[in-house]
Write a protein that binds this ligand. Structure first.
Ligand SMILES: Nc1ncnc2c1ncn2[C@@H]1O[C@H](COP(=O)(O)OP(=O)(O)OP(=O)(O)O)[C@@H](O)[C@H]1O
Ligand SMILES: [Mg+2]
Length: 466
């Protein structure tokens, strides 16, 4: 057997931990054996004693080194993973070149790259958090249990100076319909939007709800303070309402005066013609002023409505019987779609009637002779829907989102009578009831308009600004 130099034995063999352990075990045993062999050869027992003492000392040195290594590893591990040290790499001495060193080397490389990623991510999170805190809009993140998991600085300011994180969303916003929108977004992924008035505060907020994660489900609510916009819209509404209101008496007076002139010159054909034209213009101006006043009222939301119990089928019948002569004159077949028995609803009957008449009038105006118009009403899911479908000229794709705007008329309708306020009234009637509007149309294939209103007496409509 080859004798190994003591330094090599003490240092352990480079490269192989197993080999080194074998040496460290066999070297003391070999020294004891050599002592014994020398005694056998020479007869001196001192060799055995010397071999034994040397073996024990060597074994003790190896054991101490192994324990020291373990203690070193423990120290490094405890330093590396100590709380608060994330992101800092602790380097350790590498002097044995065995498998432990190799493992430590890999661990160091791993920790170092993880630390770099961690530092990068931390920087990104810090940056994002800074950006969100500088926003004037409140940003709130809600988890699947309806608990707020994040709120930026603006959210804390809006909701009593306390960050909403950790509290239930409904307790923070105190608006059940907004809470419903968040739940709906979490379940279906559909975005939502709502205008809310903050409790105990005069501020009005526009809330936009989006689902940002599906696993785990999380929704983001962005609240924008629209108090100023709201105030300006109030001023505009009041202005339009006052002007319209002020215009009504003089228009009425001009109409009466025109009638008086006609009475004074009953036989003058020229005067009769001019007065008829004045009369027509005054009628259309009065209609426009009435419509503008109506929209201003409807913009106040449900408070402008006179709720009563209404039979939806009767609303349709009245609209049809009023417009059947006009449809007949235009050579259009106006029919009512067959309906199941309908329950009465709580709504402003006069306004709904007006909206329905506007839709049917439009359908007559935009359907050529020989065309068909069908008016129907259905009830489902606590909602009553009125439908007016024609097979007329249809609406161009570019116009379809604009037809609800005040004074909008498509290019081809511009030469025709009408102010372009009819559909704006339809929209505001539906919204004031807490309902909705829809249109489907393709140019040349007719148009289908729908107004849906909730059945109950619930006051679903916040003040609407569109
Ligand atoms: N059924 C329809 N088919 C095709 N186009 C339509 C239909 N209904 C409305 N439109 C288009 O939408 C525009 C706006 O309609 P709206 O009822 O608001 O105004 P109007 O009918 O032109 O005037 P008003 O109703 O004030 O007398 C119309 O000018 C027309 O271009
Ligand atoms: Mg119209």
């Amino acid at each position: 057997m080859t004798l190994m130099p003591v330094r090599a034995l003490c240092a352990g063999s480079r490269g192989s931990l197993v080999r080194s352990l074998i040496y460290q075990f066999f070297a003391p045993v070999a020294i004891v054996a050599i002592g014994g062999a020398l005694e056998a050869l020479t007869g001196y027992w001192a060799f055995t004693l010397l071999g034994f003492v040397a073996g024990v000392v060597l074994a003790a040195v190896f054991a101490q080194r192994a324990l020291a290594r373990l203690a070193q590893l423990q120290l490094i591990a405890s330093r590396q993973f100590a709380p608060g040290r994330a992101g800092q790499v602790v380097s350790w001495p590498r002097d044995n070149g065995d498998e432990i060193d190799e493992a430590l080397h890999h661990a160091e490389a791993f920790v170092s790259s993880a630390s770099a990623r961690w530092a990068e991510e931390s920087e990104r999170v810090r940056h994002l958090s800074n950006v969100l805190d500088r926003m004037r809009d409140a940003v709130i993140q809600v988890d699947a249990h309806g608990v707020v998991t994040y709120g930026n600085l603006a959210a804390a300011k809006i909701f009593g100076g306390r960050n909403p994180a950790g509290r239930s969303f409904i307790r923070v916003v105190r608006d059940h319909q907004l809470d419903d929108l968040v739940r709906h977004a979490l379940e279906t992924g559909e975005d939502g939007q709502r205008t809310i008035a903050l409790l105990g505060d005069s501020r009005v907020m526009n809330a936009i709800v989006v689902r940002i994660n599906q696993f785990p489900r999380e929704a983001l609510v962005v609240l924008r303070d629209i108090t100023e916009l709201h105030r300006l819209q109030d001023i505009r509404r009041e202005f339009v309402a006052s002007v319209s209101h002020e215009l009504q008496p003089p228009l009425g007076a001009i109409k009466v005066m025109a009638g008086t002139i006609l009475d004074l010159q009953p036989d003058n054909a020229e005067v009769r013609q001019v007065i008829a034209a004045i009369d027509e213009e005054i009628d259309s101006m009065t209609a426009m002023v009435d419509d503008l006043l109506d929209i201003s009222q409807l913009e106040k939301g449900s408070e402008s409505l006179r709720y009563e119990t209404v039979d939806p089928a009767e609303l349709v019948d009245v609209a049809i019987s009023r417009l059947r002569p006009r449809a007949g004159q235009a050579g259009i077949n106006l029919t009512v779609a067959p309906a199941d028995a309908l329950a009465p609803i709580r709504a402003d009957g006069k306004r709904l009637q007006h909206a329905l008449i506007n839709l049917v009038t439009n359908a007559i105006d935009h359907t050529p002779e020989g065309g068909r118009i069908e008016v129907g009403v259905t009830q489902a899911a606590a909602e009553t829907t009125f439908t007016v479908a024609d097979d007329g000229e249809g609406i161009a794709e570019a116009d379809i989102d604009r037809i609800w705007e005040r004074f909008f008329k498509s290019d081809r309708s511009r030469s025709e009578p009408g102010t372009g306020l009819g559909l704006a009234i339809v929209k505001h009637v539906a919204l004031a009831h807490g309902g909705k509007i829809a249109v489907e149309s393709k140019p040349g294939s007719g148009a289908t308009f729908r107004i849906s209103v909730p059945d109950g007496t619930r006051d679903a409509a916040p003040r609407v600004r569109q």
